[in-house]
Design a protein around this ligand. Sequence first.
Ligand code: ZN
Length: 180
Amino acid sequence: MDKVKLPLSPQRTTTGFAFSYVERALQESLANRQFGQDDMRKVLEFFEFEALECVYCGNVEIKRWDHLVAVKNGGETVLGNMVPACSKCDDSKRDIAFDVWMQSDFPNSPKSRGIENIQERIEHINAYIQHFEYKIRPLETRLTADELTKLEQVRISILQTRKECEDLIAEYNKRINGKS
Ligand SMILES: [Zn+2]
């Protein structure tokens, strides 16, 4: 038992991480979500894939649907904004515009991985967006003035709650470790 590789210790869930998910939940829930099996089939028909593949890199190990325009940037879960993607691409792309990211030197971007036909892939994705007439509708344009005011209030109270959580954790750490 001398050199047993130990599993990683569990990552601590930070309050920043947790509250970023509350914001994401708000953005995703205050948005259009219409992406059923029929829509998925339409995507695959459009791209004419023989086998399912990642639109960014061609990887055939597809596990996810990715938002071309990230939820954070107002992207919705609808035809024209959803594409099949491999986890490597999805994790690397994050909230960056897909065409910028694909041609960037960002770790694990298609360019960094030496994927061929990047331009062609970008054009194909742009044609897909146009074909299904997808347009970005920022969160602010989807809500009424009244709803926007309520959202603003919710965000302020979330910030306050986050601060209270962090203060409590800091106090606890100070007591336990003598540091904050
Ligand atoms: Zn990929």
